[in-house]
Design a protein around this ligand. Structure first.
Ligand SMILES: Nc1ncnc2c1ncn2[C@@H]1O[C@H](COP(=O)(O)OP(=O)(O)O)[C@@H](O)[C@H]1O
Ligand SMILES: [Mg+2]
Length: 262
C-alpha cells in the first residue's frame, strides 16, 4: 500500500521542554493505527504538528509527498487531513443538526459565512445523512449542551469526516466516555473510517480498545517513539509494558480507588 504520511526527524520544544524529538513515522493508505503513551508523552503535540496547529521546531511532514510544515490548519484540512480534539469542539447552544450544517457549509476548507443560508436542501440532506452514518440522527434537534459525552464525541468526529479526509487523526476519541459506551463508539467510528477508505491514527489509553481496533501501534514515551510495530508485538514490547502499560494500570487502579472512595 502506498505511503500517505511521512514525518522526518520531527521535533518540538517548548523552552527547555522537549515535547517531541526524532519523530519518524510512516503511515500507509487506509491503515488504522493506535497511538499510546502516558500523559505528557507527546501524543497531542504530534497531532498538533501534523494538523498545522503547532509549528515544528525541526523536521518535515510530507502528506502524499507534499510538505505540510508552514501550512495553516485550514490549508492542511483542505489537503485531506482532518482531526478531532480531546475535548469535542462544538457549538454547545446549537443543535446537533445545526453543528453538522456548519461543518457541511465549510466543506473544502471554506470559511464559515454567517450570511450564506445554512439550511439549503442539499446541506440539510448531507447533514442528516452524516448524522445517520454515525447513529446520532435521533439527536438531530437536541442542543449539544444536553448530550452525553459519547454523542458529542461522535458528532465531533462525524463533523471532521464530512470533509472526506484521507487521513483522520483522533485525539482520545473515548476520553470522558462511559466505559460501557466506548466499544460502541469505536465500532461506529472505525466502521465509518474503513468504509470511507481513510487512514486513521487514534490516541487511546485503554489497551483493550487499542488491541481491538488498531492493526499497528505507535508508542510515545517522553517525546520519543519507543515502539512502532504490529499491535501484538508493540503491546508486548518490554519498554512499552514497563513505561506505558504498567503506568496505565496504576492510573486505572488509582482512579478505581478514587471512585470507590466517592
Ligand atoms: N503549549 C505548550 N507549552 C508548553 N509546554 C507544552 C505545551 N504543549 C505541550 N507541552 C508539554 O509538552 C509535553 C507533551 O505534551 P502533550 O503532547 O500534550 O502530551 P500527551 O498528549 O501525550 O499527553 C508535556 O511535557 C507538556 O507539558
Ligand atoms: Mg494529549
Amino acid at each position: 500500500m502506498s505511503i500517505i504520511l511521512e514525518t522526518r526527524d520531527l521535533a518540538k520544544s517548548f523552552g527547555a521542554v522537549t515535547a517531541a524529538a526524532n519523530i519518524n513515522v510512516t503511515i500507509h493508505e487506509g491503515e488504522i493505527v493506535g497511538v499510546i503513551g502516558s500523559n505528557g508523552a507527546g501524543k497531542t503535540t504530534f497531532i498538533n504538528m501534523v494538523t498545522g496547529y503547532l509549528k515544528p521546531s525541526q523536521g518535515s511532514i510530507l502528506f502524499r509527498g507534499k510538505e505540510m510544515v508552514g501550512l495553516s490548519p485550514r490549508q492542511v484540512t483542505r489537503e485531506g487531513i482532518c482531526r478531532s480534539f480531546q475535548v469535542a469542539q462544538l457549538f454547545p447552544e446549537l443543535s446537533v443538526l445545526e453543528n453538522m450544517l456548519i461543518a457541511c457549509s465549510m466543506l473544502g476548507g471554506n470559511l464559515f459565512n454567517p450570511f450564506s443560508p445554512l439550511k439549503t436542501k442539499a446541506n440539510l440532506q448531507a447533514a442528516q445523512a452524516a448524522l445517520d452514518d454515525y447513529l446520532i440522527g435521533e439527536y438531530a434537534h437536541a442542543p449539544v449542551s444536553t448530550l452525553p459525552q459519547g454523542v458529542r464525541k461522535l458528532l465531533d468526529i462525524a463533523m471532521a469526516m464530512v470533509g472526506r479526509p484521507s487521513l483522520l487523526l483522533l485525539d482520545e476519541p473515548t476520553s470522558g466516555v462511559a466505559i460501557e459506551e466506548k466499544f460502541g463508539l469505536m465500532d461506529t467510528v472505525i466502521k465509518a473510517v474503513i468504509n470511507s477508505g481513510a487512514a486513521s491514527l487514534f490516541v487511546e489509553h485503554d489497551m483493550e480498545i487499542v488491541s481491538r481496533y488498531a492493526t499497528r501501534v505507535i508508542a510515545f514515551y517522553d517525546g520519543h517513539i519507543i515502539a512502532d510495530a504490529h499491535t501484538t508485538e508493540a503491546l508486548n514490547h518490554p519498554q512499552v509494558r514497563e513505561y506505558i502499560i504498567g503506568s496505565e494500570l496504576h492510573r486505572e487502579q488509582a482512579e478505581g480507588v478514587r471512585y470507590a472512595a466517592n
